[in-house]
Ligand binder design. Sequence first.
Ligand code: FEO
Ligand code: CA
Ligand code: CA
Ligand code: CA
Length: 717
Amino acid sequence: MPHDNIRPSARFNDEDSNTSPNPGFDSVLDARLSRRGLLRGSAALGGAAALGGCATMAGPAAPVSALGFAPVARTLADQVTVPAGYTARVIYALGDPLTAATPAFSNDGTDVDYGNRAGDHHDGIEWFGMDAAGQPSDSFASRGLLAMNHEATTDEKLSSFFIHANGGTASLPRPAAEIDKELMIHGISVVEVQTDGKAWATKPGSAFNRRITTMTPVAIHGPARGSEHLMTKYSPDGTQARGTLNNCGTGRTPWGTFISGEENWFGYFFRDAKDDDARKKDKQVQALNRYGRKAGAASRHGWESGGTADTYARWNNSAVGTSAKDDFRNEMNTFGYIVEIDPYDKSQALRKRTALGRLGHENATFARAVAGQPVVAYMGDDARGEYIYKFVSTAKWDPADARPANRLAAGDKYLDKGTLYVARFKADGSGEWLELSMNNPVIAGSSYFVFRNEADIAVFTRLAADAVGATKMDRPEWGGVNPKNGEVYITLTNNSARTPATTDAANPRAYVDMKGSKEQKGNVNGHIVRLAEKQPADAAFLWDIYLFAAQADADKTTVNLSNLSDGNDLSSPDGLVFSQATGVCWIQTDDGAYTDTTNCMLLAALPGQRGDGASRTLSYGDKKVTTHVGRPQTAATLKRFLVGPKGAEITGITETPDGRAIFVNIQHAGENTKMSDVNDPSKYESQWPSNAGYGAGKRPRSATIVITKNDGGVIGT
Ligand code: FEO
Ligand code: CA
Ligand code: CA
Ligand code: CA
C-alpha cells in the first residue's frame, strides 16, 4: 500500500504485518484477568508518587520548575537552530576517524575503512563518565565516553549513495566492494570526548574508541541460546552470531552498561519466492510472515548478491541447504534483540539478551532500581499495530551491583532470566501486563502458534503477544521513566493505518490532515502515553495520554487535544529521554507529516502526572471513543528547544551529570536528495554539517552535536 508522506528512511518502520486476530481472544482474557483481581482506580496507585529519588543515576537531581529559554520558531532553514543564549557545535560525524592512524574523512565517496570511522545515521546515545584516571565515574562531567547507535544509511534503489564516489550500484548484483563499505557503517560506536572548559571534542586516538558493525562477533544469551531456531552455518549450536543491525534507541542499565535496540532488521534479508515450499510450510513460515518477510521479499541493499562468501550469503534467509546448519535460513532469527555492551571494555563481545524478546526494538528504559526488588525495563516494538512490552528480572536488585567488578556479568544476572509481559489497555484508564511465558495457559495451549518452550517465546515474541490479546498501538517508539515519580512515558509516533473503525481509548485519533494538496490519514501526528504503576513489577497499571501531537492550528476538539500553540506544536514524537539532572522531559521528532512547515525538532517539557487532565470523548459517526488526556499544555510546560537541518530526524540525546552539556544526534540530513544528484551539491536537500563549518565535502552527514549554555549554566534552566 502506498504511503505518500512516508519519508525515505521511515518506509522501513512502516511495516504492517500484524494481521493477528487478537481482539477475538478477549473472552479468554477477561476470564483470566478477573482471576488475577486487577487493581482499579487511582487509589490503587497511591504509592506511585512516593517513588522519588534516583539511586542509580549520576549526580544529585536538581529538578527545574521553569524552562528558562524562549522557544525556537518552526523553521525550514538548513541549520541547527537553538534558543538565544545557547551554542550548538558539531563534534562527531559520519566517517570521522576513531584511530590516530585513520586518514581524515574526505566525504567524496572515496573513503574506506569504516570499521575505524564513525558509522552512519547516528541514533540513540548515552553518556558514560570517566575520571582523570580513566575509571568509570557517575559524577565526572568533563571527560566521558559517548556510546551511540548507527541505525541505517541514506539510500535509494539499494545503494547507500552518499558513501560511494558515483552513488554506487542501484541494481543486482551489487559489487562486493560497495557492500563491504555498507556492512561497516551500521552498528554502534563508542568515542571518547572531553572538554577543556571551553570546547568539547572527540579524542580520535583514544584506546576506548570502538566500532561494532554487522560483522562483530556476538554471544547469544538468555532462553534462545542454543535454540534450534538460531542454528546457522556460522554457529551450528545456536550460541553465537555476527553483528547487530538497525540499532535504534538506547538505554543505560542500573549497573552502568549500554543497551541498544535492533529495530528494522528484517528488511535487510532476501527470501526466495519458493521458500515457503522449501521449508515445507513449517511454523517458521508463519513467523517469517509475521515479522515482515514474505517469500520473494527483496532486501534493502541486496547484500546477498555480493558473492558466495558467508559475508554475503548470510543475507539470503532462504532454506537452500540440506539443513539449518548448512545455510542461513535462521540468520534473521539472530536479529531483533536488545543487545548489551560494556562501553568501558572493548575486549568483551556484545551480548544479545533474548529474554527481552524479539521485536522491532526501539529502546529499553529502566525503572529506578530498588534494593530487594526485580529490575524492570520497558520497551516499544516500532511498527504499525505493534505492542508495548515490559521485562521483570528474576534476580532482585543488589545495590552493590551499581558498581560491579564485571559489568556484563551483572547483565547476565539481571537480563538473562526473567519474565516478559505485553500491555493491554482498557477503556476505563486501567491496563494489565499479560505474561508471555509457558506458565500462561493461553500461550502453552495456543493453537494460533505452537510454543513448546521459553526459547520459542523469546524468538517469536510477536506471536506470543498476539496470542494473549495485547493492544495494537500506533507505533511504540522510545520509553522514558520520570525520575520524579516513576511514571513511564512511551511515544507512539504515528499510524497511517489507524482508521475510525479501529480507534480505541489508548489510540483514539484517526483524522485527515493536509500536507499541501496531499491528504494524510490515520493518527497523522502521534501521541505519548503515560503509565503509572504502584510498583514497577506489578501486573496492573493506570494510564492516560500525556500529550497529543498536532499542528497548533488543528481543531481543538478532535485533533489538537493538548492545546498546543506556535511555540510547542510538534508531529511524530519519537525520542523521549528524561534528564536525570533536571527532570526535564526531552521529546524529539521523526516526522514526515508537518515537514511542509518545519524541520524535525527537540522540545523540552515539564510533565505533571497521570490523571492530571480529564476524559474526552471523540465521535466517529455512531462510534464514540472516550480517552483520558493529561492536563492541557501551556507555553510554560512545553517549549521547542531546537529545530534541525533539512531532511533530518532528531534522534538520541544524553547529558553530562551536571546538566551543563547535552549531546544530540542529527540523523539523515538531506535524505530526500536524489541518487542521480550525488555529485551536484547545488541539488542536495541539505549541505549540513559542512554549511555549519564542519569537515570536508558538501555531502550531508549524520552527526552528534554538543549544546552548551553561553553562560555555562544548566541546560533548559
Ligand atoms: Fe528507529 Fe522507531 O525509530
Ligand atoms: Ca498539515
Ligand atoms: Ca527512533
Ligand atoms: Ca521513528
